[in-house]
Design a binder for this molecule. Structure first.
Ligand SMILES: *Cc1c(COP(=O)(O)O)cnc(C)c1O
Length: 384
């Protein structure tokens, strides 16, 4: 239900978020759980989702950028409440600010260790470091050939009281493709990276490898901590294997809008930019006031589904910056009536997964892109 007077709204069901956390904990009973709240919690709102996860007993938060981590601390999430791990650093840090905010820092290579140690000396605050191994993703992380040098350098700094290596970790390339040969190869490479570090004297608090698909499908990869993003937001990271309900998950975000206009038009009428759709006959058109500026993919033009009343309609022609049109086929809902763009599917409405399929992408991208122009409404939260 859209709040009074709003053009559009994303409803964030925090009770569903808690239920998803419980389902994930059941899947990974021996591991701690990190709530990954990067990218504004995949579009769901970093702070409210982080607070809800804390209320549900989560003690680890994960962010990509330092700005994301610092914003959570600035909002009052104290180190005693949650460790925050941040993993995407560029030269310039800001490492000193991260140390003052007691943010855990991922280190993938020598430049980061050098800059971090400069910041430690400048602030007098020792760092909590998670050393990241590239076990095959070929993105962040330290290559196996460079791993011994990085581990040894970190241990020297640890002996000098400058840091503590609290984590050893890596990230999967294809955990969402069961049976992909990279999975076993990465697990072996991770075991080897751990073996070297532990033999060299690292005593990590947490070893972690699993993202959402690995949390759901690869119990061997759970180690001490699982880092869940998408599944926590109730979407399936492995739609070919199962939908959210198959894993005990419920989608957290629903996107609704209000019809801006309903009008009758003659047959043969071109619709939206480029006239990629022509009405097949006399019909009614409905104008939905959401577009690619709100994060709907333009690639879903002619394909994205919505529900009005109990019926599905399809985006007719191009999705524009701020609006798109549906052919109502002679139906006559009224301006102001609610359009369900996607939801949890429990009322038969389209889901983010349907929009992903309609635009050749993944559900991750659909929810993450829902933009700042769409107000969020939080329901079902424990924090009031
Ligand atoms: C985004 C991210 C995750 C979470 O991935 P999901 O598949 O959404 O669970 C975990 N670890 C790292 C390093 C990430 O970048």
């Amino acid at each position: 239900m859209l709040a009074e007077g709003l053009r559009a709204e994303a409803t964030i069901d925090l009770a569903a978020l808690r239920g998803n956390l419980a389902a994930l904990r059941e899947r990974a009973p021996r591991a701690a759980l990190m709530a990954v709240v990067k990218a504004d919690a995949y579009g769901h709102g970093a702070l409210p989702c982080a607070l809800e996860a804390l209320a549900a007993g989560v003690r680890w938060l994960g962010t990509a950028t330092p700005e994301e981590a610092l914003a959570l601390r600035a909002a009052g999430i104290a180190p005693e409440q949650a460790r925050i791990l941040c993993w995407l650093w560029t030269p310039g840090g800001p490492f000193a600010r991260a140390l003052r905010a007691e943010v855990d820092i991922s280190v993938s290579g020598q430049w980061a260790l050098d800059e971090l140690l400069d910041a430690v000396r400048a602030t007098g605050i020792p760092a909590r470091v998670h050393l990241k191994a590239d076990t095959g993703l070929g993105r962040g992380g330290c290559q196996p050939r460079d791993w011994p040098d990085l581990v040894d350098a970190a241990l020297r700094a640890q002996a000098a009281g400058l840091l503590e290596v609290v984590g050893l970790w890596s990230h999967f390339a294809a955990a969402d493709e069961p049976g992909h040969p990279s999975i076993v190869a990465q697990q072996d490479a991770f075991a080897a990276a751990l073996a070297y570090a532990e033999q060299a004297g690292v005593r990590p608090e947490v070893r972690h490898l699993a993202n959402s698909p690995a949390t759901l499908l690869l119990p061997d990869a759970h180690y001490d901590l699982v880092r869940t993003g998408l599944a926590m937001y109730g979407l399936s990271p492995v739609p070919e294997v199962g939908g959210p309900a198959d894993f005990g998950l419920r989608p957290v975000m629903a996107l609704g809008a209000r019809l801006a206009l309903v009008k009758g038009v003659p047959g043969g009428h071109g619709v939206s930019y480029g006239h990629h759709y022509h009405t097949p006959g006399e019909t009614t058109l409905g104008l939905v006031p959401l577009g690619y500026a709100d994060g709907l993919p333009r690639h879903a033009s002619g394909a994205g589904p919505v529900q009005i009343g109990s019926k599905w309609y399809t985006a007719a022609g191009r999705i524009a910056m701020d609006q798109f049109v549906v052919d109502l086929g002679g139906d006559t809902p009224e301006a102001g009536d609610e359009v369900l763009v996607f939801g949890n599917g429990e009322q038969g409405e389209p889901t983010a997964e349907d929009w992903a399929r309609a635009s050749g992408t993944i559900a991750y991208e659909i929810v993450t892109r829902i933009g700042g122009r769409v107000p969020r409404r939080y329901v079902g939260g424990l924090n009031g």
